[in-house]
Ligand binder design. Sequence first.
Ligand SMILES: [Zn+2]
Length: 168
Amino acid sequence: MKNPAWLGEPFAIKNNKIFLTKKVAKRLLAEAQEAFPFEYSALLTGRGATITACVPMPISPDKHVFAWDEKTFLQALQHIRKHNLQWLGVLHTHPHTPPIPSARDIAGWHYPTLSYWIVGLASEQPEWRVYQWALDGNCGSFEARDYTLTDAACDDEETTPSSAPKNS
Ligand SMILES: [Zn+2]
């Protein structure tokens, strides 16, 4: 089955690097640090292999990243389609642990073409990692990939959250 156009494939070309604009990286880090000690998560959007925007997801103190409620998630996807972007990945933080996918992360991942970012905030310097889902027989696992920060950005693609994150 062919993926819909809004569902990106940033690793489509074998071993290609994924790109993240500095502007988006800065915004993600600022929001992630603001959410601390809670987990922060966002959908990453853009075109091809370049992430140029993000859609922050509501912060929930007691739920894991993939416990996003369905309505919020569908709204985010709608936003991506409306702006003619592609969904290229997901980012979440590990506020207290290294940026290594947890068993729960692995079990909860259902979008193998997308990039999977984890920012570890437990160390003095934030640790960024990006993973690609790799199938090995019937088993899947995350493999670390390289990424490149880039200056290229398009302000037209700037996104704002449809609703403010709730901190309860
Ligand atoms: Zn995780």
